[in-house]
Ligand binder design. Structure first.
Ligand SMILES: *[C@@H]1O[C@H](CO)[C@@H](O)[C@H](O)[C@H]1NC(C)=O
Ligand SMILES: *[C@@H]1O[C@H](CO)[C@@H](O)[C@H](O)[C@H]1NC(C)=O
Ligand SMILES: *[C@@H]1O[C@H](CO)[C@@H](O)[C@H](O)[C@H]1NC(C)=O
Ligand SMILES: *[C@@H]1O[C@H](CO)[C@@H](O)[C@H](O)[C@H]1NC(C)=O
Ligand SMILES: *[C@@H]1O[C@H](CO)[C@@H](O)[C@H](O)[C@H]1NC(C)=O
Ligand SMILES: *[C@@H]1O[C@H](CO)[C@@H](O)[C@H](O)[C@H]1NC(C)=O
Ligand SMILES: *[C@@H]1O[C@H](CO)[C@@H](O)[C@H](O)[C@H]1NC(C)=O
Ligand SMILES: *[C@@H]1O[C@H](CO)[C@@H](O)[C@H](O)[C@H]1NC(C)=O
Ligand SMILES: *[C@@H]1O[C@H](CO)[C@@H](O)[C@H](O)[C@H]1NC(C)=O
Length: 617
């Protein structure tokens, strides 16, 4: 169990709804509300024309006209409420608004406890009509999730037409309104960052900070010149008061990842970095000085998962795995149990907005002593950056880190005489994958690549009850792409990676495992119900992605299929060129219970709904 998880468990649930609490809340609202009203009369927001920051604006209100009906209520917009919930940032995604909320010690785990509150956007900002009212509309939140030690993430639906993007939160049924109170100065801030251009994550790595940024538009698979960027570390209310901003040079830049020197004060005392907001400055023209740089808006705060309490003497895991999941709860258990048998010791699950109960599966596995942790990764279309982020997280804990998807299974076919050197390790067998990587730990090999075979529905029309490894046995003939296991300490400092291949430091090389030694079974085209859920759910929102054909990763699309979620004729027989029962036989021979014939994950999948998700198509 890692320290984060222990910390989580130690947290105490505090009582929320004491009557005294509400009593004082009510009087505070009245009191602050009136102050806010006075204050408001003398203060107007302005519309920012910046393309990066769609700032919608509320212009005036009347406290006196408040009335309430069932669904529409009137709220003063600028209450200075000492809320425990503070909306620190908002990011606009194509299909939702992400709120980053701090001071989350209220422990609201259940999204039922919160509502999103939208205010009517008054289009005529110059109106001097003092009786204009702010009409508030409420919607259920889409999800609530713990992001890191400082912040939680709440997702809200996009506002209806003519309502402001600057959504707020409210406790359901309560009268405690949690309003955005700006960056600590008590002033309301209605900024909504666009997902197109924003620094979204940051972490420390030795003497540097690594910042993840959307919108730099750097060339893929290429190192970019770092001197066009600067790094800005904000202390206090830095967006308003430059003197709290420390600027450093960027040392590397590639794709969405910029590495920054640390300001001296943080170098001396890394603890100081915790919670510091950091962003990247871009040179507007070639001769610009650092102080002329245009700052990318930032929601990124440095947060180090490695806490001081972590005990290094524990030694490292030999083999860990990073994965990015989106609604793959149904196959997660099989995947974890199988690869644990092969020797994987530690799991980093980056969860990209799942809503199919994968969190519960992870909790169960954790209670069964799997070393697994879930990391909320709400940043869409950032797979490469997510992998880089995960290597940083894994670096202190793991000698080797594998990158693979939850529908991909390592498999060691029975070795042929030509590859005896691998049989010496006792393949195939328990912990064989760990033994394989361990054998390369003292060599110059820093990336081990394995080819993938793509399996089809194999004639099935409903999900196989014994899991994908036993159920799917027909595949395409030739392998498609590779997956990698890398040594995080041998990666190039850019952390550059494209389609699962990393750039390595000088002096290190990669190795292709021969296909008859090791292969990955990729259960890519499963029964229609599973395939459809995987590929079509968000087509409505991401149609462009679906049709674009940008890189090799786009092989993730099914050839010959359009964007219609309709089962093609003869689906169960598709993608079937050779029968391959190798892994099935292997699993049944090595992992199934000899008396019952059950595979270890089977009893868990019984009575479980495969797809609990709200299907929007
Ligand atoms: C504000 O009110 C004055 C007088 O009531 C009116 O002449 C003026 O047009 C109004 N301005 C706007 C922007 O509505
Ligand atoms: C002021 O706004 C209210 C509500 O939006 C509207 O009913 C009223 O006609 C407006 N008054 C003027 C002078 O525009
Ligand atoms: C939005 O506001 C505009 C301008 O006031 C109005 O013409 C339009 O009907 C409104 N749309 C809706 C859906 O209320
Ligand atoms: C709100 O925050 C943005 C940056 O996040 C800043 O540029 C802006 O000045 C702030 N506005 C107010 C009213 O504080
Ligand atoms: C930062 O970069 C500038 C120009 O590239 C250079 O002049 C300066 O010395 C660098 N600062 C540090 C602290 O390295
Ligand atoms: C690690 O743990 C051991 C005992 O479990 C303790 O004696 C040692 O001081 C710890 N080391 C650090 C760096 O915390
Ligand atoms: C979890 O990690 C410990 C070492 O910290 C290891 O002994 C154990 O085998 C791991 N558990 C699993 C299920 O891999
Ligand atoms: C997260 O899921 C969305 C929707 O399926 C997808 O478009 C996006 O690429 C995923 N992001 C990552 C990093 O996997
Ligand atoms: C480890 O791999 C090397 C080749 O890189 C091989 O020569 C050696 O025999 C292997 N070690 C064992 C114990 O199999």
């Amino acid at each position: 169990m890692d320290s984060e998880q222990r910390r989580k468990r130690k947290r105490i649930n505090r009582p929320l709804n004491s009557p005294q609490h509400y009593f004082s809340v009510r009087s505070l609202i009245l009191c602050f509300g009136f102050l806010a009203f006075l204050c408001f009369l003398s203060y107007r927001f302005s519309i920012s024309s910046s393309a990066f920051r769609p700032v919608l604006v509320l212009s005036s209100l009347s406290l006196l006209s408040s009335s309430s009906s069932n669904s529409i209520e009137y709220y003063p917009e600028k209450i200075l409420f000492p809320a425990k919930l503070k909306i620190e940032d908002r990011v606009l995604f194509p299909d939702h608004i992400l709120l980053m909320v701090s001071n989350w010690d209220l422990q609201i785990k259940n999204s039922d406890e919160l509502e999103c509150v939208y205010y009517e956007a008054l289009l005529n900002k110059n109106s001097n009509n003092s009786s204009d009212e702010i009409v508030a509309l409420k919607r259920d939140v889409l999800s609530v999730d713990e992001y890191d030690e400082f912040q939680s993430i709440v997702r809200c639906p996009l506002p209806p037409v003519n309502y402001s993007l600057a959504v707020n939160l409210q406790r359901r049924g309560g009268n405690a309104i949690a309003l955005y109170t700006g960056s600590g100065d008590g002033q309301s801030n209605q900024t909504v960052h666009s997902w197109e251009t924003v620094a979204y994550a940051a972490t420390l790595d030795g003497n540097t900070a690594v910042v993840f940024v959307k919108g730099l538009n750097l060339r893929p698979d290429r190192e970019s010149a770092p001197n066009q960027f600067s790094c800005h570390f904000g202390f206090g209310n830095w967006e308003k008061d430059e003197k709290f901003v420390l600027t450093t040079n960027a040392t590397t830049a590639a794709q969405e990842v910029v590495r920054c020197s640390l300001p001296r004060s943080i170098k001396k005392n890394p603890g100081k970095a915790q919670g510091i907001r950091v962003t990247i400055g871009m040179r507007p023209h070639v001769h610009a000085k650092a102080h002329d740089h245009v700052l990318v808006p930032s929601v990124a705060k440095i947060f180090n998962s490695k806490s001081e309490e972590q005990n290094k003497s524990k030694g490292k895991y030999e083999l860990c795995v990073c994965t990015m999941v989106w609604n793959q709860a149904s196959s997660l258990r099989e995947w974890i149990m199988y690869h644990t048998w092969l020797g994987v010791e530690r799991w980093f699950i980056y969860d990209n907005n799942s809503n199919d109960g994968i969190q519960e599966v992870i909790k169960e596995l954790e209670l069964e002593d799997y070393n697994i942790s879930r990391h909320v990764w709400p940043w869409i279309k950032t797979q490469e950056a997510g992998f880089s982020h995960c290597t940083l997280r894994a670096k202190d804990e793991c000698n080797w880190v594998g990158f693979m998807d939850v529908d991909e299974f390592f498999y060691f076919p029975f070795p042929t005489p030509r590859h005896r050197r691998f049989t010496k390790l006792g393949f195939p067998g328990q912990n064989s994958l760990r033994a394989l990587v361990a054998n390369f730990s003292s060599s110059t090999v820093a990336e081990i690549r394995t080819a993938c075979h793509s399996f089809g529905p194999s004639g099935l029309s409903s999900p196989p009850s014994q899991g994908v490894t036993v159920g799917y046995t027909c595949r395409l003939q030739s392998p498609e792409r590779h997956k990698s296991i890398v040594r995080p300490d041998a990666l190039d400092s850019t952390l550059l990676n494209v389609v699962h291949h990393f750039h390595l430091r000088k002096g290190f090389k990669y190795l292709n495992l021969p296909q008859n030694t090791a292969v990955i079974n990729h259960y890519k085209y499963q029964v229609w119900e599973a395939f459809r859920a995987k590929f079509f759910r968000r087509v409505a929102t991401y149609v462009a992605d679906w049709q674009e054909n940008q890189n090799e990763g786009s092989r993730d699309r099914a050839p010959g299929l359009g964007t219609e979620p309709i089962e093609p004729p003869n689906w169960p027989q598709q993608f079937c060129e050779v029968w391959d029962t190798g892994l099935r036989d292997f699993v049944l021979a090595n992992l199934a219970d000899p008396s019952t014939g059950l595979v270890p994950w089977e009893r868990y999948t019984e009575n479980k709904v495969i797809d609990k998700t709200r299907n929007t198509i």
